[in-house]
Ligand binder design. Sequence first.
Ligand code: ADP
Ligand code: MG
Length: 264
Amino acid sequence: MKKGVYKQLNLTHLEAALPHVLNAARHEQWTYEMLLERALAAELDGREQKAIARRLKAARIPGKKTLDGFDFSFQPTLSERRLRELADLSFVRTCTNVVFLGPPGTGKTHLSLALADRALAAGHSVLFTTLAELAQALESASHPGLMRQRLRRYIAPSLLVIDEVGYTKLSQEQAHHFFELVTARYEHGSIILTSNTSFAQWGALLGDEVLATALLDRLLHHAEVIPINGRSYRMKERQTERTSLSASPEVALSATGGKSTGVR
Ligand code: ADP
Ligand code: MG
């Protein structure tokens, strides 16, 4: 075969897989049809893997979490069935939002990441961000063109995760950008949002009651709000750590200071 022909035809995955495919064809005495089929399948498979890797990178997911890795017995107010239903991703197809509301450590980010993971695996485009990151990215756009371009980055994905709403108060400009984004995604794409702050306090968070009402109106029109009123899993882990430390006398003696963990 002429060198470069695979590249010209954009069949680079087939080129890479060919020695293996031909070898298997000889050993297993494939028919010509089988050979052609398997060779094309190798190209398609390679393309799919590349697309998955590209989508995963673009999603800026901070870590993999799954629903199977979530201990529902620790959060009895949370319905496992409801989460399993969300994991079928019809909320992404119907542009419905999902809002996890609860105190720190109750698994809001974990569950958002688990749903984002499912969405990625199903071929949806995803982007993960925190509200602080988002507000900063939009605020630092030095001219309207750049601002529109940045805004598009957050509008384009099928699923946008906005984590940690409530930890930072927004400036007037940031609040308007946040409103603009939620409005642009309204009935066009899903948002998963996590917050430790009840909706009644969003006026203070955005520094504008009217804007907060208008934003919540759009955010919650088609939305599943999932309150988690439970204990912090981080505290549980710290307590377990402490119990196992004090169970061992020599470690207990040396363990004078508390281990510092984040408050979020
Ligand atoms: P939040 O976002 O509500 O502050 P996270 O989702 O970040 O809480 O949870 C804190 C840590 O505890 C994470 O490592 C998360 O995976 C873990 N975690 C929280 N809740 C559970 C749970 N019910 N089962 C298993 N791990 C949990
Ligand atoms: Mg979190």
